[in-house]
Design a protein around this ligand. Structure first.
Ligand SMILES: [Zn+2]
Length: 274
């Protein structure tokens, strides 16, 4: 660089500094923003319901696997998955190996104003060849005999353990359904169940034919809370029993359920905006 060039360059820089206010430029505070940041959306409250517990082991596998333990492991995985994204609060209807009555589970979700209720189970069948996951929502009329029998089995937990009478069950299902349809909870629950079926299908999980079924499940009767019950497989089937105890498979199920919850809320928000 020639001396002349250097002089011209320096003169140019000095002029620029003078134009910009020199050193003052570096100390100029950033202009204050008057606009308030948009409030963060309230995290959705997801209520997870690991079925059975305590004296009620639920279904038993041929190798001795207990439904209550398998569903608790997967509920814990799902809880971690949901919390990791920072978008949800998560509560469990039971966090230990303890017996909690079905109506108490419903009452807890309702009292906490849960945005979603997901009950996790594993099924059993006299035919050891029957396998695959299935998803259930509440209905007065069961879609088929198997769904009706399953609901009766799952509802028995209360009567078996705590001696509660189920005489008023049908009545309470009917009353809940009226309240639910007034509040749009029926459609939201069905949408949730269909989303889970689609996500499970995409992830290559084996599914029961007509995967989304309906029946009178006592645990799905919180009128304000969209709810589904997932049977994650059959402990009476040797392959399903093995899979349900494999950590990697438990994590895959939890991730697919988290993706379902994400998709459910995303679709709900899109519908409200439209
Ligand atoms: Zn169960």
């Amino acid at each position: 660089m020639s001396a002349l060039h250097r002089r011209n360059l320096l003169a140019g820089l000095t002029g620029l500094a003078a134009f910009c206010g020199g050193d003052a430029l570096a100390n100029t505070p950033a202009p204050k923003t008057v606009r308030k940041p948009a409030p963060l959306p309230r995290p959705k409250l997801v209520f997870l319901d690991p079925g059975h517990g305590g004296r009620d082991p639920g279904a038993l596998g041929l190798r001795g696997t207990q439904e209550k333990s398998v569903v608790m492991a997967i509920a814990r995985d799902l809880q971690k998955e949901l919390l990791a994204g920072g978008r949800y609060r998560v509560l469990l209807t039971r966090s230990t190996d303890s017996f909690v009555a079905l109506r108490e589970r419903v009452a807890r979700a309702q009292a906490a104003k849960a945005d979603l209720f997901l009950s996790l189970h594993a099924d059993s069948n006299d035919n050891p060849d029957v396998r695959g996951a299935s998803v259930y929502t509440l209905s007065e009329e069961a879609t088929d005999r198997e769904a009706a029998a399953l609901a009766a089995r799952e509802n028995r937990a209360d009567a078996m353990i705590s001696g509660m009478k189920l005489a008023d069950k049908d009545d309470s299902v009917a009353r809940t359904l009226v309240a639910m349809s007034q509040r749009g909870t029926v459609n939201d629950s069905r949408r949730l169940a269909d989303t889970i079926v689609q996500t499970f299908n995409r992830n290559g999980f084996r599914l029961l034919p007509r995967t989304h079924r309906q029946a009178g499940f006592a645990v799905l009767t919180a009128p304000d809370v969209p709810a589904a019950l997932v049977e994650l497989g059959y402990l009476s089937n040797p392959q399903d029993e093995k899979l349900l105890t494999v950590r990697q498979h438990q994590l895959s199920l939890a991730r697919a359920l988290r993706a379902s919850v994400d998709a459910h809320f995303a679709a709900g928000a899109a519908t409200r905006k439209a």
